[in-house]
Design a protein around this ligand. Structure first.
Ligand code: IMP
Length: 180
């Protein structure tokens, strides 16, 4: 049913598995001897974080933070609202933020700065998708799954008006859907 609203598949279910395995292996090597705190930004991080975690072979903890940057449309408002804060302190921790997509980078730069301000020892970012053409704030995530063009995508955690997060792949939404 949802598929009829998708113009094309950009990153398939199979590709996401391969990407997550590669990133998980890299993270495992880079954090050897450390006990990272992986913080997922809700709600978009959910499927990716779940897939990625399976490939990280380390003693690690997970936390979730609720962040909102879009308010129903397809353009970033620039306002970053924390809807759910962390349950544990980040002071002295090696933090790895898990994101679905970095677009303007406003969200990730605000949250990275906040976690550093709270005393995290290190803060890095792992994102499934990177849309560098959308950048407003300079930011280079350390771990990038794949680079995508400046198109509005949905699926695998990414939404349009809270819908489509449950698609097992990342696809481009037909324009007529959001121009209705
Ligand atoms: P940024 O602050 O512009 O980098 O945007 C980060 C957040 O905006 C992501 O975590 C998504 O929730 C949302 N976002 C950015 N681009 C897209 C897109 O193409 N589709 C759906 N959500 C997006």
């Amino acid at each position: 049913m949802l598929e009829k609203d998708i113009k094309k598949v950009l990153v398939s279910e199979e590709e996401i598995k391969i990407i997550s395995a590669r990133l998980g292996k890299q993270i495992t090597e880079d954090y050897k001897g450390k006990k990272p705190l992986v913080i997922g930004l809700l709600k978009g991080c959910m499927p990716f974080m779940t897939e990625l975690m399976k490939h990280i072979d380390l003693y690690m903890e997970i936390e979730l933070m609720g962040v909102q940057s879009y308010h129903g449309g397809t353009a970033s408002t620039g306002d970053v609202k924390i809807t759910r804060d962390l349950d544990i302190p980040v002071k002295g921790r090696d933090v790895l933020i898990a994101e679905d997509i970095v677009d303007t980078a406003k969200t990730i730069s605000v949250i990275s700065k906040l976690l550093k301000y709270r005393g995290a020892k290190s803060v890095e970012v792992v994102t499934l998708l990177d849309k560098p053409a959308g950048r407003v704030v300079e930011f280079n995530p350390k771990y990038v799954g794949t680079i995508i063009p400046k198109e509005f995508v949905v699926g695998f955690g990414l939404d349009y008006d809270e819908m489509y997060r449950n698609l097992p792949y990342v696809g481009v939404l037909k324009e007529e859907v959001y121009k209705k």
